[in-house]
Structure formats: C-alpha cells, structure tokens
Design a protein around this ligand. Structure first.
Ligand code: NCD
Length: 318
C-alpha cells in the first residue's frame, strides 16, 4: 500500500511516497473537477463531521465541498455555539462525537496538539485542518500540488517562504513537505518572527527580501498571525510592508518565471501588494484554492479506503 496513514495529522510522519500518492490522486480529481465529473460513490455511506474551533473560510468550505463531491453525509458543527463555550472539555466533546460514529472528522483548533489528542479518542479517521502553530497538512499538500503543476516538478526547486514564520503552521508543514521532496528552502523574516534553529532543519535563513528572493522559483508569502501575537513583533504594518511586503521591486530579484503564492486570507498592502496578488502571470493564489478541493478529496478518499480495510479486517477476525 502506498498510503498507510490512519489519520492525517501532519506532514511530519508522512513518507515521500505517501505524499506523492496523495498528489497523484489529487491531480486526477483536479482534472475531473474541471470537467464536471463526479464520484458520489467514493464516500457514499460515510459521515464526515467538520469541527472548526477557529475561524475559517477557505479550508472549511473546501473540506465541505470535497466531502459532498465524493458523496459523504457532511455535517458542520458550529463550535462557536457548542457546549465547549459552556465549559465542556475537548475529550468530552470527542466522546460525544464518537457516539455519533463519524467516519471522517475534520478538526481545526487554536491549540497545537489538540487534534492529535482528539485522534486518540475517536474511532474514525481524523484530518487536521490546522492546530495552533503546529501543522496544517492539507495546506502544504495543496501548495505542493500547485507548485508541481506550475513548475512541472516538486524537487530541486528553490523556494522562499516569507513573513511570519514563527507563528505559522502553514510554514511548518511546508518546510517539512518541501524538505522531504528535496527542495532548497529559504526562509525570510524579521528576526522577531524567525524561530531559532531553522538552519538546523536545512533551511537558509535571511532577514532581507532582496537577498533571500535572489533567483528563487517560488515565492510563498505568509499572513501576519496577529491572533497568535501578544504585540511588539513588528514596528508598524507600514514599515513591515516596506521591508517584507512583496511588491514588484522585490519580486524582480526572483527568477523571471517565479510564481507567487499566499495561503489566504491576505492582508493586501501588509504582506503583499494587491497588484502582485492579482497578476495572473505571476500569482497562483486562485489555483491554490482550486487545488485545495482536489487535495482534500484525495486525502479523504485514501483515508476512507484505509478505514474500510481496517473494518473489513476486524470483521474477518471477529
Ligand atoms: C491558513 C491557516 O489557517 O493557517 N489559512 C488557510 O488555511 N487558508 C493561513 C492563515 O490563516 O494565515
């Protein structure tokens, strides 16, 4: 089997072959989505519950759409209005959910590690839709697919990840994925937003855009994660844009055919100049959203295959 995982909690424990398996299947789904081909049989009879303890637009919508395209019964739990607010612990919420027998559980949580904990308490397959500043595996996979389609390969590329590295689960998952696939990773951030020890992970570290962007194939911008800051990380948004915001002058240091990415939501004029974000010759930001649906279809398809295989095995041995 080329994808063995029971849950998709992070990139950290995925083997490069498993990553390629997800991307190949997602590529097929991306093409079929474009042609309007549906596969309602793939998740038919399975229940998917989306639990978002943190706000989300893109990720929640695309998990919902992915599940519906594959024929799952999809339910969104509104965690803002749930018992969590009344003091229920995460474990109690998990046990309650478990009693509803979800097959696929998609979870976003503000605390790093909360999704792993939940996965130990439920019977279905858990997909991490972002936990604190820890991991966001489907984002890294959709970024990888976007890069592979734009550049024709996913190895030996020079990729710059720029901005709030310190608070970003998108950066962490991408560093691991792109590293496993043998790319050169350059991290660019002000010293206050660069975590220690990144050079030990094999990344090159820069604190200015002009040097860091030199001759890269891919420029990946990150949002300033203000909700995870307690103030004092940047002098002002204006100053930040001046030094670290992506504009035409800074982009000119990258390769002439370098692509520009951003996971969204974007702060125009803070991390990125609106004109660059909208430039269809450079920006693949809309493609990232499109690939998000395909990657989530592929991930849920593969996890559901493993879930069904485990259940069949249990029936045989019972
Ligand atoms: C990212 C997230 O939630 O971590 N957004 C997303 O999933 N599209 C990035 C971000 O919020 O900055």
């Amino acid at each position: 089997m080329t994808f063995r995982a029971q849950h998709l909690l992070g990139i950290e424990h995925l083997h490069p072959v498993e990553i390629t398996t997800v991307l190949d299947l997602a590529d097929k789904y991306a093409e079929e989505n474009k042609r309007g081909i549906r596969h309602k049989d793939v998740l038919a009879g399975l229940t998917q519950i989306n639990m978002f303890f943190e706000n989300s637009t893109r990720t929640q919508a695309s998990f919902e759409l992915a599940g519906m395209r594959l024929g799952a019964d999809v339910m969104n739990m509104s965690m803002q209005a749930s018992s969590i607010k009344k003091g229920e612990t995460l474990i109690d919420t998990a046990l309650t959910l478990n009693a509803m027998h979800p097959d696929l559980l998609v979870v976003r949580h503000p605390h790093s590690g909360a999704v792993d904990l939940l996965a130990q308490k439920v019977n279905g397959a858990v997909l991490n839709a972002g936990d604190g500043r820890h991991e966001h595996p489907t984002q890294a996979l959709l970024d990888a697919l976007t890069i592979r389609r734009a550049k024709g390969r996913l190895h030996r590329l020079s990729i710059a990840i720029c901005g709030d590295i310190a608070h970003s689960r998108v950066a962490r998952s991408n560093i691991m994925l792109l590293g496993k696939m043998e790319n050169r990773i350059r991290l660019i951030a002000p010293p206050t937003l660069m975590p220690a020890g990144m050079a030990d992970l094999g990344c090159e570290v820069f604190d200015n855009m002009e040097e860091g962007l030199r001759d890269v194939d891919v420029v990946m911008m990150l949002r300033l994660q203000k909700e995870r800051m307690d103030g004092g990380f940047i002098p002002s948004e204006r100053e930040y844009f001046h030094r670290y915001g992506l504009d035409a002058a800074k982009l000119a240091f990258a390769k002439p055919d370098a692509i520009v990415m951003h996971p969204g939501p974007m702060n125009r004029g803070v991390e990125i100049d609106g004109n660059i974000a909208d430039d269809i010759n450079r920006s693949v930001i809309q493609t990232q959203v499109e690939m998000g649906v395909a990657v989530r279809m592929a991930a849920m398809d593969l996890l559901a295959q493993n879930l069904r295989a485990r259940r069949a095995e249990r029936e045989i041995t019972a």
